[in-house]
Design a protein around this ligand. Structure first.
Ligand code: AHM
Ligand code: MG
Length: 309
């Protein structure tokens, strides 16, 4: 039974990239996630379901829980004194706290549309040195917490991916899988197929058709954390492509695509925009979007073959 903090200190002995400040930041993000997890579990009792009657910088409706999760993470990270820059899906500009330290980009509560219907949602985070607007390949660590039947943390460094489960009794995230590797091939694809005729790439339609012929099954929750979590554990592919309305897809590079791609690649999978690895995209804007194709090596390579004709 190895709790997260013990795991981090043990890992720091072998990996000089993990300094005390990073341990503190990761511990505190997960403390914030425990508070969010508690609120999510009691949301209907606390009257925090539903819309906050605002739209965010992306023009999307903000839910009360989005707002609450955002405040919890920002206040928790400010208190560490080790975070120099914060970027949140819910905040238009970067919050600059100091000149040096770690920068954290996060989606406080991903899958907002699922909040009111009691379907899994999550918190996604990406940690960089100094500046938040750097290619994903330079991430120091990344992870997500999924608020599902159990609350789980998936945490990646350059050399490893580890999985933790929140023990509600002790309040600790306990290590359940170290050096996690995803299957090289699966049987599931995950994409919002209602947009089939709107996808800009003909090759993508052909690829999805070919999966059906190969008797793949479709699973789509509509919460990236849940869809990526399943893809990691069962293998297969998750796609949020470009379509005629959303030329760069829907998902945001810095706090959705990059951390998930970092996890997937370090677990042995692949993540691409269809043109280049997501982790190599040089960010231009804080809230920029990218097409996302990620998952098992076999399916992602196959998808690229169809996209490249
Ligand atoms: P959000 O960050 O506002 O919740 O939006 C992102 C979510 C992802 O979790 C999910 O993959 C995607 O939106 C689903 O979009 P769609 O409903 O268009 O299929
Ligand atoms: Mg999101």
């Amino acid at each position: 039974m190895i709790p997260l903090t013990t795991y981090l200190f043990q890992k720091a002995v072998r990996n000089p990239v993990i300094d005390d400040a990073l341990v503190l930041i990761i511990s505190e993000i997960t403390s914030a996630a425990k508070i969010i997890s508690g609120k999510v579990r009691k949301a209907a009792l606390l009257d925090i379901l539903g819309s906050a009657r605002k739209t965010n910088v992306q023009g999307e409706e903000v839910q009360k829980l989005d707002e609450l999760a955002n405040e919890i993470i920002i206040e928790t990270l400010k208190c560490t004194g080790k975070a120099c820059m914060l970027a949140s899906e819910e905040v238009e500009d970067c919050l600059v706290l100091s000149d040096t330290g770690y920068s954290i980009a996060f989606d406080p509560l991903d899958g907002s549309s699922n909040i009111d219907v009691n379907v899994s949602i999550g918190t996604i985070f990406s940690i960089q040195k100094e500046d938040v607007k750097k290619p994903g390949r330079e991430q120091i660590a990344a992870g997500y917490v999924i608020y599902g039947p159990s609350t789980m943390l998936v945490l990646a460094f350059k050399d490893s991916v580890s999985v933790f489960c929140l023990d509600p009794e002790s309040g600790n995230f306990i290590l359940v899988k170290d050096n996690f590797k995803m299957p090289e091939k699966g049987k599931i694809y995950s994409i919002n197929e209602a947009n089939y005729h709107k996808w800009t790439e003909d090759g993508l339609r052909k690829f999805v058709d070919s999966l059906k012929e190969q008797k793949y099954t479709l699973r789509y929750v509509g919460s990236m954390v849940a869809d990526v979590h399943r893809t990691l554990f069962k293998g297969g592919i998750f796609i949020y492509p470009a379509d005629v309305k959303n030329k760069n897809g829907k998902l945001r590079l810095l706090y959705e695509a990059n951390p998930m791609s970092f996890i997937v690649e370090n677990a042995g999978g692949l993540a691409t925009t269809g043109k280049e690895p997501i982790l190599d995209v040089v960010p231009q804007e804080l809230h920029q979007r990218v097409p996302v194709i990620l998952g098992s090596k076999w399916e992602v390579e196959e998808c690229l073959k169809y996209l490249n004709g």
